[in-house]
Design a protein around this ligand. Structure first.
Ligand code: UGA
Length: 434
């Protein structure tokens, strides 16, 4: 089948590539000329393991191509997936101007039936608004449908998630739209055995909000438990393990740390709170989830201050700038909270990240970067771990101690066994562990 994808960010590019690999013929549209130029040269605008190879393969096999023309995209396929950005706007609600713009442009170019599928994370009732926009800008009475098909992939494991989804959720309001989406996904359903859930549009939109907010709640819950563990002399890792073995709870997303970041959870929880407020429900639980996430970082900052007493002039080696391992994405990363604060307090910062250095340098130029965690830690008064990259987990701790001025580690990701690190002579502070 032919499919058009508008937007070549994480969601759009990965979805498009996945559809092509499934055997469909996919045209990816983006109004950013430099991105399309890069993609035509088989250079990736984002970092994702295995993506470049898969894009190159599908381009070579003529199932994947790129354009800046939305008109070409509209003519190309019956199903048009919208995967453009929905950045946070005024007071936390999602800015839907890019979604609206695509709706308008498709409506103006349409000559035959089209199905517009929301793939970006959008507030409930966006489908309704999109329908109204398309109807308004259509030149003649052409049939069309709107559907919601939220994406659940994670950065860093995007391809794996796209090929092995837990479920496919589609929200439709016509049989034609439902059948078309089912047909598009059939090869993936056959291969992965995943469930295909068909519901109304508002329910599909809410499924995405509720899923991300629930995962963020799990993280804030375990971070709050970690705070109690520190007060009670308990170990949050053991508590999380004990909880996670209960099948009703499950072990995932119970890792305590410096709090959640990234382009999704902070923005989506914010948008859900705002949306609920607008609809007339005060989602106090999620407001507390946000509060815990914020104070978790402040709490770690206090640990640094407590350890150093005076931050001014101290050499601090920061290991990890990306919001999690496996990505160069620094959006809402903990590093963006800690580094400006430590700079302001007069610390001499030394930074390391295997792939996110370039992105971070764009936001905070002029800082010093090092090629390895060990080089970064040379002469440091304190090492601060913000991303649990494999290179950090595999650090030779004896060498680390030798190279540092003072062997102090503040570990925001519970990377090491506290006993081992302490036996080596480090002062070690992590999250929720005695
Ligand atoms: C998240 C969801 O997991 C995806 O299902 C969803 O599709 C995506 O948002 C989206 O809406 O596009 P992502 O933001 O890529 O995916 O990253 P996650 O792996 O979920 O991690 C988010 C943050 O939570 C990271 O900062 C991570 O370090 C933190 N985290 C995660 C914890 O602190 N503890 C955990 O146990 C798990």
């Amino acid at each position: 089948m032919k499919i058009t994808i508008v937007g070549t960010g994480y969601v759009g590019l990965v979805t498009g590539t996945c559809f092509a690999e499934m055997g469909h013929t996919v045209l990816c549209v983006d109004n950013d000329e430099s991105k399309i130029k890069m993609l035509k040269n088989l250079e990736m605008p984002i970092y994702e393991v295995g993506l470049q190879e898969l894009v190159a393969k599908n381009v070579a096999e003529k199932r994947l191509s790129f354009t800046t023309s939305i008109q070409e995209g509209t003519e190309f396929a019956e199903a048009i997936f919208i995967a453009v950005g929905t950045p946070p706007g005024y007071r936390g609600q999602a800015n839907l101007s890019y979604v609206e713009q695509v709706g308008r442009q498709v409506a103006e170019s349409m000559t035959d039936y089209r199905l517009l599928v929301e793939k970006s994370t959008v507030p409930v009732n966006t489908g309704e608004q999109l329908k109204r926009t398309i109807a308004k800008y259509l030149r003649e009475d052409i049939p069309f449908d709107v559907a919601s098909n939220p994406e659940f992939l994670k950065e860093g494991t995007a391809l794996e998630d796209a090929f092995k989804p837990d479920r496919i959720v589609v929200g439709v309001e016509s049989e034609r739209a439902g059948t078309l989406l089912r047909k598009i996904y059939q090869p993936l359903i056959d291969k992965s055995g995943c469930k295909f859930l068909q519901m109304n549009i508002a329910s599909a939109e809410l499924t995405k909000h509720a899923s991300n907010s629930f995962l963020a709640t799990k993280i804030s819950f375990i971070n709050a438990v970690a705070r109690v563990c520190e007060l009670a002399g308990a170990d949050v890792e053991q508590v999380a393990h004990g909880m996670g073995l209960d099948l009703r709870i499950g072990p995932q997303f119970l890792r305590a740390g410096v709090g959640y970041g990234g382009s999704c959870f902070p923005k989506d929880v914010d948008a859900f709170v705002h949306l609920a407020d607008q609809l007339g429900y005060n989602f106090q639980l999620l407001k507390e989830v946000q509060h815990i996430n914020k104070t978790q970082r402040e709490f770690m900052m206090q640990k640094i201050q407590h350890e150093l007493w005076v931050v001014q002039g101290k050499k601090i080696a920061v290991l990890g700038l990306a919001f999690k391992p496996g990505t160069d994405d620094i959006r809402e990363a903990p590093s963006l909270y800690f580094i400006p604060q430590l700079m302001e307090a007069g610390a001499k910062l030394r930074l390391w990240d295997p792939i996110a250095q370039e992105n971070f340098n764009r936001e905070h130029p002029g800082l010093k970067y090092y090629d390895t965690p060990l080089a970064c830690a040379e002469g440091a008064d304190l090492v601060l771990i913000l991303t649990d990259w494999p290179e950090v987990k595999e650090l030779d701790l004896a060498k680390l101690k030798e190279t540092m001025r003072c062997p102090v580690i503040i570990d925001g990701r519970n990377t090491f066994n506290p006993q081992t690190v302490k036996e080596l002579g480090f002062t070690y502070e992590s999250v929720g562990r005695p």
